[in-house]
Design a protein around this ligand. Sequence first.
Ligand code: T46
Length: 132
Amino acid sequence: MQVIKYVFQPHGDDRGQLIALEENKDIPFCIKRVYYMYDTVKGVVRGKHAHKSLEQILVCIHGSCKVLLDDGREKKVVPLEKPYEGLYISNNMWREMYDFSEDAVLMVLASDYYNEDDYIRDYDQFLSYVNS
Ligand code: T46
C-alpha cells in the first residue's frame, strides 16, 4: 500500500505561517466539503469505515493523532502531527483515527457532500467489497 502524504508549502514571514489549499492544485480533487473534529475524548477511536467513492485529505491542524489505513490486504499506521502535512485517503480504504492529543483539531477536505450511502461501516462487508 502506498501512503500519500502531502507536504504543503507555508507562506511564512516574520508574522508566522499561513497555508493555502486550492482544489485541483494543492488538493487532487474538487473540494465539496470541509469538516473538522476537536475535543475528541481520550481513548476514542473514530472512523471505522470505508467509502465507496469519496476521496479525502486529512490535516491535523493542531495537536496530533494517528490514522490506521487498511486496504483489505495491508494495514499502515500514519501519524499526523504537523499542520503542513495532509494524508490522502482514497476510496475503498478502511480508516480509523485514534490516539488524539487533547488539543487535536483534525480537519478533513472531502471530494463530495455527505452521503451515508457511500459508507461501508461493516468490516466483513468491506473485505467482500474490495475483494470482489
Ligand atoms: C471519514 C472520517 C475521516 C454530518 O452530518 N456531516 C458530515 O459531513 C460528517 C462527516 C458527519 N456528519 C454527522 C454524521 C454523524 O452523526 O456527524 C456525526 C459524526 O460522523 P461520523 O461518525 O461519520 O464521524 P467519524 O469521525 O467516524 O468519520 C468522519 C467521516 O464521517 C468519514 O467520512 O472518513 O471522519
